[in-house]
Design a binder for this molecule. Structure first.
Ligand SMILES: Cc1cc2nc3c(=O)[nH]c(=O)nc-3n(C[C@H](O)[C@H](O)[C@H](O)COP(=O)(O)OP(=O)(O)OC[C@H]3O[C@@H](n4cnc5c(N)ncnc54)[C@H](O)[C@@H]3O)c2cc1C
Ligand SMILES: NC(=O)c1ccc[n+]([C@@H]2O[C@H](COP(=O)([O-])OP(=O)(O)OC[C@H]3O[C@@H](n4cnc5c(N)ncnc54)[C@H](O)[C@@H]3O)[C@@H](O)[C@H]2O)c1
Length: 488
C-alpha cells in the first residue's frame, strides 16, 4: 500500500470539497482531494441544475396550455419525451463540463481516486491502495437519498433523482413518494410534462413550509393541478411484470384503489454520507444520528474529549443546511481553518434562505414563525403580517395570482425577522428579503425603499404595511392603497 502525507486531506470533490480545496490551496500546496465517485458534483450532475432544466421544459408546456386564458389557442401541445430529456442532458453536461474544466486547474498529484475511510483520527485508507496521514482533514462527503422499507416492494422500479436525469425519454407514469423539496419540484415538472403522477406524503408536510396557513394553501393550490396527498395512507407497493402496483386510500373519498406506475420515485429525504467513513475511528463526538458535532461558524468538529478537533465537516455531510450556497460557504471556511489549526477563525454565515422552484414557488427567509416563537420563548414579541396574491395587480396581469406571504418582525424594534412565501416568482422577493435581513432593516426602513409599478414587489409592500400595522407602527390597511397605483 502506498504511504502518503499531506497537510490537509479533503474527502469528497463535490461543491463543498472543491470550495475547501480553493480556500486551503491559498495557504499550502500540500492538499489532497479524494473522490470515490464521479467528478462533476451532485449539484451539476443530478441536483440543482438538471432539476431546473426539467422544470424549465415543464413550464414551457404549461405556459403553452395556459395561453388559452389570454385568448390564444395553441392547437396542440406535443411533448416529445426524447427531445425533452436530450435538452436536459445536453445542458446538464455543459454545467458538468464547466466543473470539470475548473477541476483541470488541480494538479493530478493533489488528487486521489477512491473511497476514503478513517483508521485513526489522522489516517485515512483509500480503497486499500493508499494510506494517507494528514494534519487536518475536511469531511465533504455530501448526502444520498434514503427511503422507508415499504418502498422496496417496488424492486428495480424504485428510482431516485439521479435516475430521472438518465432517462432517454419520459415514462408514462410515476408515483412520487415524499412531497418535500425534491418531490414537489420533480413531481410537478413530470406532471406538467404529461407524465401521470400521484404524490404521497406522511404527516401533511409540503415543501419547506412550517406555517400551517401556507401548508394548507399549498395543498389546495397544487391539488388543483395534480394529485397530492400529503398525509397518505399507502397500503402496499408491489413490483409487477414491468411496473409497480400501489394500493392506497384515495385522499378525498377514502376509497381503496390499486394503480400501476412505471416507476416509484423515492423523495423521502437524504442522509449524510458519514456512515461509510468508519467515522467512529476519527475520535469525534457524534450526535444521535452518527454525524460529528461541529461548530457552524468554524466548521470544526468536536473531539470525544469535547475539545476542538483537527477535523472539519462541510456541505450536506454535516446535515445542517443541505443547500448549494451553504456548501460553498462552509467549504471556504473549513478550507481556510484547516490550513490554520493554530488560528481557527469564525467565518461569516448568511441568513437562512431556501427557495423551491415549483409554481407557485415556495421560499423561507430567516426564521420560521415556529422557530421564532421558540427562540423568543412565547413572550408575544413577534408581530406577523400577511398578504394574499389572489388579487395582486401584476400577478393578475400574468395570470399567476395565487399565493400568500407571511412576514415576521420584532415588536418594539420593528426589526424584520423572517418570512414564508408562496407565490409567483418569489425567488426574487426572497432575495430582497434576505438582503434586508442581512442589513438588519426595520419594517419602516424596508417600506421607505422604492417600489416600481406594476410589479410583484408591490404585493410585498402590502404585506409589509400589514406587518407595520401589527407592530403598531403604522395604520391598518382598510382598503387598497390607490395612491400607490391600482392592484398593489
Ligand atoms: C435533485 C436535487 C436538487 C437540488 N436542487 C438544489 C437547488 O435548487 N438549490 C440548492 O441550493 N441546492 C439544491 N440541492 C442541494 C445541493 O445539490 C447540495 O446541497 C450540494 O450539492 C451539496 O454539495 P456537497 O459538496 O456537500 O456534496 P456533493 O456534491 O454530493 O459532494 C460529495 C462528494 O463526496 C464524495 N464522497 C462521498 N463519500 C466519500 C468517501 N468516503 N471517499 C471519497 N469521496 C466520497 C461523493 O462521491 C461526492 O462526489 C439539490 C439536491 C438534489 C438532490
Ligand atoms: N430548490 C432547492 O433548493 C432544492 C431542491 C431539491 C433539493 N434540495 C435539498 O435537498 C434536500 C433533500 O430533499 P428531499 O426532498 O429529499 O427531502 P425533504 O426533507 O425536503 O423532503 C422529504 C419529504 O418526504 C416525506 N416523507 C418522509 N418519509 C416518508 C414516507 N415514509 N412516506 C411518504 N413521505 C415521506 C417528508 O414528510 C418530506 O415531506 C432538501 O432538504 C434541500 O436542502 C434543495
Amino acid at each position: 500500500m502506498q504511504q502518503r502525507h499531506a497537510k490537509i486531506a479533503i474527502i469528497g470533490a463535490g461543491s463543498a470539497g472543491l470550495s475547501a480545496w480553493h480556500a486551503a490551496r491559498k495557504h499550502t500546496d500540500e492538499v489532497v482531494l479524494i473522490e470515490a465517485g464521479t467528478y462533476g458534483t451532485t449539484c451539476a450532475r443530478v441536483g440543482c441544475m438538471p432539476s431546473k432544466l426539467l422544470i424549465a421544459a415543464a413550464n414551457a408546456a404549461h405556459n403553452a396550455r395556459k395561453a388559452e386564458m389570454f385568448g390564444i389557442t395553441v392547437k396542440q401541445v406535443v411533448i416529445k419525451g426524447e427531445a425533452v430529456m436530450a435538452r436536459v442532458k445536453h445542458e446538464r453536461d455543459r454545467f458538468v463540463s464547466n466543473v470539470m474544466k475548473s477541476m483541470k486547474t488541480i494538479p493530478e498529484s493533489n488528487l486521489l481516486r477512491g473511497h476514503a475511510r478513517f483508521i485513526d483520527p489522522h489516517t485515512l485508507v483509500i480503497d486499500e491502495h493508499t494510506r494517507l496521514t494528514a494534519e487536518a482533514i475536511i469531511i465533504a462527503t455530501g448526502s444520498r437519498p434514503t427511503w422507508p422499507k415499504l418502498l422496496e416492494g417496488a424492486g428495480n422500479r424504485l428510482i431516485i433523482n439521479d435516475d430521472v436525469f438518465n432517462w432517454e425519454t419520459l415514462p408514462a407514469s410515476v408515483a412520487v413518494i415524499g412531497p418535500g423539496v425534491i418531490g414537489m419540484e420533480l413531481g410537478q415538472a413530470l406532471s406538467r410534462l404529461g407524465v401521470k403522477t400521484r404524490t404521497f406524503g406522511v404527516g401533511g408536510a409540503i415543501g419547506p413550509f412550517q406555517s400551517e396557513k401556507l401548508r394548507q394553501l399549498a395543498d389546495e393550490t397544487f391539488n388543483r393541478e395534480l394529485y397530492l396527498d400529503a398525509d397518505a395512507n399507502l397500503d402496499k407497493i408491489e413490483q409487477t411484470d414491468n411496473a409497480v402496483a400501489i394500493t392506497f386510500f384515495e385522499r378525498d373519498r377514502g376509497q381503496k384503489l390499486t394503480e400501476t406506475f412505471e416507476y416509484v420515485l423515492a423523495a423521502t429525504g437524504r442522509r449524510p454520507n458519514v456512515d461509510q467513513l468508519a467515522i467512529e475511528q476519527a475520535g469525534l463526538k457524534l450526535n444521535k444520528h452518527g454525524v460529528p458535532e461541529f461548530n457552524r461558524f468554524t466548521l470544526q468538529c468536536l473531539s470525544t474529549q469535547n475539545t476542538p478537533s483537527h477535523i472539519f465537516i462541510a456541505g450536506d455531510a454535516n446535515q445542517s443546511v443541505p443547500l448549494l450556497h451553504e456548501a460553498i460557504t462552509e467549504g471556504k471556511i473549513a478550507g481556510r481553518n484547516a490550513a490554520h489549526l493554530d488560528d481557527v477563525q469564525v467565518g461569516q454565515r448568511n441568513v437562512p434562505l431556501a427557495i423551491v422552484f415549483t409554481e407557485p414557488q415556495m421560499a423561507i427567509v430567516g426564521e420560521s414563525r415556529t422557530t421564532l416563537d421558540t427562540r423568543y420563548g412565547g413572550c408575544g414579541c413577534i408581530a406577523e403580517g400577511g398578504v394574499s396574491f389572489a388579487d395582486q395587480g401584476r400577478a393578475l396581469v400574468m395570470g399567476e395570482n395565487k399565493g400568500y406571504f407571511e412576514l415576521y418582525a420584532e415588536h418594539g424594534s420593528g426589526q424584520f425577522l423572517g418570512a414564508e412565501l408562496f407565490g409567483p416568482q418569489v425567488e426574487h422577493i426572497a432575495h430582497l428579503l434576505a438582503w434586508a435581513l442581512e442589513q438588519k432593516l426595520t419594517v419602516s426602513q424596508m417600506l421607505a425603499m422604492p417600489f416600481y409599478h406594476p410589479v410583484l414587489e408591490e404585493g410585498l409592500r402590502s404585506g409589509l404595511r400589514d406587518l407595520q400595522a401589527n407592530l403598531q407602527q403604522g395604520p391598518a390597511i382598510t382598503e387598497h392603497c390607490m395612491e400607490c397605483g391600482p392592484g398593489d
